[in-house]
Design a binder for this molecule. Structure first.
Ligand SMILES: [Zn+2]
Length: 572
């Protein structure tokens, strides 16, 4: 009987033992999950926290999700360990690539890849080589190595390998489909549901893809339409209004804000001469470019945004057109529409100029400054939104090569123990080269700018500590959340700059500067900086994570709790 059985088995399949392979797969799934959760700081206790609903049901549902993820991971290992050579090689490569990506992303950005990061990563392909170089985390080879060992241990191809793959794929689709469905219907059990389940980083990647698929399905099924601005001004405006959004500029690295290196000597001089109106150490709305941009151009002020109000509130361009401004969008970073702006949104932009025209080098922003200055020669009021190229990592690309003012910098090979210092030196070098030069190109030689009020800020700051320079940081750190906020131009109204300001104040300030009547404003915007006083204590939440919430990681923290007291923030 045993011989007869053996004769039915093809060569290379003799040793296949379904139960031993299944046991190995389960053990491997447990080990890999435990290692990833431990190394990547996955939450276990807080995942099971219940602050809404019937505790037993919520915990049962969460446990089922967790068990599903484990079983699906085990099924993937099981199918791999019983497949023919090329299939196991492909499974291993795929698993290793995803695990390396996830570990690298945690090193770079402080968390695993989420749905929000997909469009962001695709937007910033040019930063990939630096990111990959700086953020390869070799710990990822531990789970990858464990998987390789299991593949070598179970070397035989099973008859049923194709069926096992069918089972594994079905399980993965069911488990991640369930998460995607919960995301789609916004099934949430209170704030604790922002915590992702503790899972292997490979499963976490698949979950992100599933949530992203749910998002794009939602976009197809429920296309967004922005509210219209009903008001129309009777006369042409005379005054120009500008919003300048810098890239990755920490308030704490500008000498204008008290930094001990002279990074912005000219702005300091203008400040002393009373040509600037400055709120020290202001709060960014979020720690990402896209969400901060949307808060600044739609006035949305209550992240997370499950109703996708950033896609339905009127943009600043709609208000500017309603007030009869000619509108300009000058983008020093991108050639494509910014995330959240549709082709119909772009109908409200009369003049869109982007990176192709301005070039991609340390002088891009100076060219933009000159271009804006030319636009402001027009007799009628202009609205200009400038998205600066600024100081995105790698910072050594943001100033001319050569011996810098603060050596060593990243222009040259740097000894391992000086890498952190070099990153900071390069960052400061770039600020010194860039920020004053932009304003020199834009303002008159004496720092004046007739018939104009401009607001200047940065989308978020930059993290310079740790292992290097994350290009897409998402940590709630003082240097990331404290941004510059100032007004320039000769038509600046008198204001109280001891008010504790935030990005959230910028949009209503622009509406006031354009004289948009109150009844034309469809949202409860934050306080305008033109009326805010020192005694007004408005919350300054800073948001991190998926801006739409919906079961993906997100968190909001008060600015003062992140940076300490306002006085300390100003000095930092
Ligand atoms: Zn940014």
């Amino acid at each position: 009987m045993a011989d007869a059985h053996r004769m039915l088995v093809a060569p290379g399949m003799a040793g296949s033992n379904p139960s031993r392979e299944a046991t190995s797969a389960v053990v491997l799934a447990l080990l890999v999950t435990a290692f990833d959760v431990w190394m990547l700081g996955g939450a276990v206790v807080s995942y099971f926290a219940v602050d809404q609903g019937i505790p037993a049901l919520v915990i049962a549902r969460k446990s089922a999700g967790l068990a599903g993820l484990l079983v699906a991971q085990a099924a993937f290992f099981w199918a791999s360990c019983s497949s023919p050579g090329p299939i196991r090689a492909a499974a291993w490569l795929c698993f290793t690539a995803v695990t390396l990506l996830q570990y690298g992303f945690v090193a770079a950005a402080g968390g695993v890849f989420n749905t929000h990061d997909i469009p962001m990563a695709l937007q910033s392909v040019k930063y990939w080589p630096t990111m990959i170089r700086e953020f390869t985390d070799w710990r990822a080879l531990v789970p990858s190595g464990m998987f390789a060992a299991a593949l070598l241990f179970h070397r035989d191809t099973a008859h049923a390998w194709l069926r096992r793959w069918a089972l594994a794929v079905a399980l993965l689709v069911i488990v991640h489909g369930a998460y995607a469905r919960a995301h789609f219907v916004r099934l949430e059990f209170g704030r604790a549901d922002a915590v992702a389940p503790p899972m292997a980083s490979f499963q976490s990647f698949l979950r992100t893809l599933a949530l992203a698929a749910s998002d794009s399905l939602e976009e197809t099924l429920r296309p967004y339409h922005r509210q219209e601005v009903a008001h129309l001004a009777a006369t042409l405006p005379i005054r120009h209004v500008l919003l300048v959004i810098d890239e990755s500029v920490s308030a704490g690295h500008l000498s204008l804000e008290g930094y001990d290196r002279a990074t912005t000597p000219w702005l300091e001089q203008l400040d002393r001469e009373g040509r600037l109106t400055r709120w020290a150490g202001a709060a960014s709305a979020t720690v990402y470019s896209n969400s901060s941009f949307l808060a600044l151009v739609t006035g949305f002020n209550a992240f997370p945004d499950p109703a996708h109000r950033v896609f339905t509130l009127p943009t600043i361009f709609q208000f500017a057109k309603a007030m009869k401004y000619r509108t300009h969008l000058f983008d020093g970073q991108m050639d494509v529409r910014r995330f959240g702006l549709t082709t119909s949104d772009m109908r409200f932009v009369d003049d869109w100029q982007h990176a192709t025209g301005f070039g991609d080098d340390p002088d891009t922003d100076a060219r933009i400054g000159h271009a804006v200055a030319r636009v402001l020669e027009e007799p009628a009021g202009q609205f200009v939104l400038v998205m600066k190229r600024g100081n995105h990592a790698p910072h050594e690309n943001n100033y001319p090569k050569g011996p810098g003012r603060w050596p060593p910098d990243d222009d040259h090979h740097v000894a391992a123990d000086l890498e952190r210092v070099a990153v900071t030196n390069s960052y400061d070098e770039a600020l010194r080269y860039n920020v004053d030069a932009f304003f020199r190109a834009l303002l008159q030689p004496d720092g004046t700018l007739p018939r104009t009020v401009g607001i200047y800020t940065s989308d978020h700051g930059e993290e310079l500590g740790g292992d290097g320079v994350p290009a897409m940081t998402r940590k709630l750190l003082p240097e990331v959340v404290a941004v510059p906020l100032l007004m320039f131009g000769d038509d600046r109204p008198r204001v109280d700059t001891s008010y504790r300001a935030s990005h959230l104040n910028v949009f209503p300030t622009l509406l006031d500067l354009m004289n948009v009547p109150l009844q034309a404003r469809p949202w409860t915007y934050s306080r305008s900086l033109l009326v805010a006083k020192a005694t007004d204590r408005d919350p300054r939440p800073v948001f991190v994570g998926n801006m739409f919430g919906g079961g993906d990681y997100h968190e909001s923290k008060d600015f003062d709790a992140i940076v300490g007291t306002p006085a300390a923030a100003a000095l930092r």
